[in-house]
Design a protein around this ligand. Structure first.
Ligand code: COA
Length: 189
């Protein structure tokens, strides 16, 4: 069993966060961009690190996720898992942690944009109740190519039954992590 620590990003891990961003997201934010998030009370920026044994020093970052609290909305701006660690339930663990935080902050809805070709991410968001509510045409510009962004929306974060929904997800996430040989140590979930 390998252990996982899911915690807010700290300044010492900024270079690793930028490296992971470059690897998984093609350089979405710079070091200054991540630094700004550290200082923002409206931002939750979480990182995931493996630990071989409880209490030992953590290994390099393998996941990063961020939300911005804007009015009643949780804008999910970053979600990425290092390629060699994908399909083990880690992405859903991080998304679940963001939605837990959004709920605790009293936010009503979660929203995000995703490339229309990113079927894996879309499937992940749908598992957590996100629905497509619109499209931004040619939102992503890659050289002379462009791609639409789907706008996804998850409502009901303050509905009375949502706390129960979160508990169900947390159990499912823990189970899937255990099946993949991981145990989450941190208190975020
Ligand atoms: C999207 C991403 C974060 C998913 O992380 P992950 O750790 O691989 O996801 P999980 O293992 O938790 O997957 C949970 C569920 O999501 C769906 N899913 C995730 N990746 C998938 C893929 N490549 N193909 C199909 N379904 C996928 C599945 O339903 C999966 O459940 P299952 O494994 O029981 O079938 C990861 O692929 C990633 O970092 N991609 C690059 C960055 C990115 O595109 N981020 C999203 C930007 S909006």
């Amino acid at each position: 069993m390998n252990f996982l620590v899911l915690t807010p990003l700290t300044a010492d891990l900024l270079p690793e966060a930028v490296a992971l961003d470059q690897q998984c997201l093609g350089g979405l934010w710079t070091l200054e961009g991540y630094q700004r998030e550290l200082n923002s009370p409206n931002s939750d920026l979480l990182v995931l690190q493996p630990q071989r044994e409880v209490g030992t020093s953590s290994e390099p970052l393998i996941g990063i996720a961020c939300l911005w609290a804007i009015l009643e909305e949780a804008h999910i701006t970053v979600l990425a898992i290092a390629p060699q660690y994908q399909r083990q339930g880690l992405g859903q663990a991080m998304l679940c942690a963001l939605l837990t935080s959004a709920h605790q902050r009293g936010l009503e809805w979660a929203t995000l944009e995703v490339r229309s070709s990113n079927g894996g991410a879309i499937a992940l968001y749908q598992k957590f109740g996100f629905e497509e509510v619109g499209k931004r045409r040619n939102y992503y510009q890659d050289g002379n190519q462009s791609e639409d962004a789907l706008i996804l929306w998850r409502k009901g974060l303050q509905h009375p039954e949502f706390a129960q929904t979160l508990r169900g997800w947390q159990e499912t996430v823990s189970l899937q992590l255990r099946r993949s040989g991981w145990q989450l140590l941190s208190p975020v979930l």
